[in-house]
Design a protein around this ligand. Sequence first.
Ligand code: PMP
Length: 456
Amino acid sequence: MTTSIDTATLRQLDQSHHLHPFTDFGNYARDGGRIISRAEHIYIYDSDGNAMLDGMSGLWCCNLGYSQKAIVEAVYHQMQELPYYNNFFRCSNQPAVELASQLARLSPADFNHVFFTNSGSEANDTNIRLVHRYYDLLGKPEKKQIISRKNAYHGSTIAASSLGGMQAMHDQAIGLDYVHHINQPHWFELGGDRSPDEFGIAVARELETKIDELGEERVAAFIAEPIQGAGGVIIPPDTYWPEVQRICDERDILLIADEVICGFGRTGTWWGSETYGIRPHLMTFAKAITNGYMPLGGVLVSDTLSDVLLGSGGEFTHGLTYSGHPASCAAGLATLGILEETGIIDSAARDIAPHFQRRLREFIDHPIVGEVRGRGMFAAVELVRDKGSRERLAAKSAGAVYCRDQANNNGLMVRQTGDAMITAPPLVCSIEEIDILADKLGQALDATASHYGIGG
Ligand code: PMP
C-alpha cells in the first residue's frame, strides 16, 4: 500500500517531477492539476473529495466503469500464480492463450490470430511490421506506402504518430516518409454546400486518387478508425465506408481498422467495423479490452495475412517484453467475461445509447450549437457563433475550452477537441445518470453562451 500523502504535498511533488502526456510542461509546473484519488462506478473523486461524473470513461477505456471486482480479482489471482513470464522462445501462458482464442471467437470469422502489445500505439506499429512482412513474403517488397487520414489519432510512438494525422504531433517529430494522409469524413468541417452523402463519396474517393497518385503497386494499406474518436468523434456519412470498402476490394490494398476506441461496444456492437459493415484485414485493439484496468493492446490478424505469415516460414522479428503479459491478459479475459455474461453491449445499445443520443441532440436548438453528432455511446457537440455560416465561437477553440472548464468545475468530466465538446460515458450508465450528464453539459453550454454574450 502507498502511504497517503496530503494533497498540497502531492501537488507540489507532481509539479516538480512529473511530466504529463499532451501537456504544456511549463504551464503545468506553474499551475498544477487535479489529483484523482479514487473511483467508483462512473464517478471519479479528486484528493479534495470532489466527485465528477466521468463522461469520458477514463480515456475511452473504462467502458464498464470503475467497480468491476471480477477484473480486480482475476488480476490478483494471476499475480499470485504467475505474475510474469514472456512469450518469446517457445513459451506461452494460459491467460494469453485463452484471451487470443476468445478474441478469435468474438471477432469476424476470418480473424483467427492475435499479436499482443501493451498499448494501441505499439499495436499500430505492429500493423506496419505485419503489413510490410506480408507483402515481402508475397514477393511484393515495393508495397510499403500506407494511406491514413488527416486529424486521425493512432498513437504516440513515432510510427503511430506518423500514421496519425495530427499536425501538432507531426510538427514535433520527423515522421515516416511512407505514410500519406487524405481528408477525414468530417462533413461539418469540410462538407460545405454538399449533402453529407455527396461529401461521403467524394472524400472516400480521395483514397482512390491517392492510390493512383502513389501507384497501386506501391501502396500496402489504408488505416482508419470506423468512427474517428480523438479527432472529434467524426461520424462518417453513410456513403463513406461502403465506398472505401469498394475501393479496397477493387485494389490490392489491405484495410486496417483501428478499433482502439470503437471496439468492445462503444458504437453499439462489439466492433465499429461491425456497426459499419466494414471488412478489414487487420484490427487494432487496446483500451476497453481490460476495461482500462491493465495495459494491453494488440492486433487481430485475418486469415488473408496469417495464411501467408504462417505459411511462408521465417521469423517475425518483432516483440515486446510484455507481449501477452499474464496479468493483463487475465484482466482482458475477465472483461470479456463480463461483456458476454451481462449482455451489456446489446442492452446499452438498446436502452441507454438511444436516450443518450436523444438528450444530446436536443442541444441542436441551443444558440451556440452548430451540430450534434454521435453513435452508440459517444458524441460530439460543435460550438459555433453563427449556425448558418458555421463561424466558430472564438479563435483557437477558446469557446470549447471555456465550456469544458465550466463542465469540469461543475462535476462533469468531458473533453474538448477543437471546437467540439466530446463525451463517451461508460456503457454501465443508468438513464438517470445520462440525464445528469446531459443537464450538466447543458449548464456548461448556457454558461459559455452567456460568457460570449450569445442568446437570451
Ligand atoms: N488508436 C486510437 C484510435 C486511439 O484512440 C489511441 C489512444 N487514444 C491509440 C491508437 C493509442 O493507444 P495507446 O494510448 O494505448 O497507445
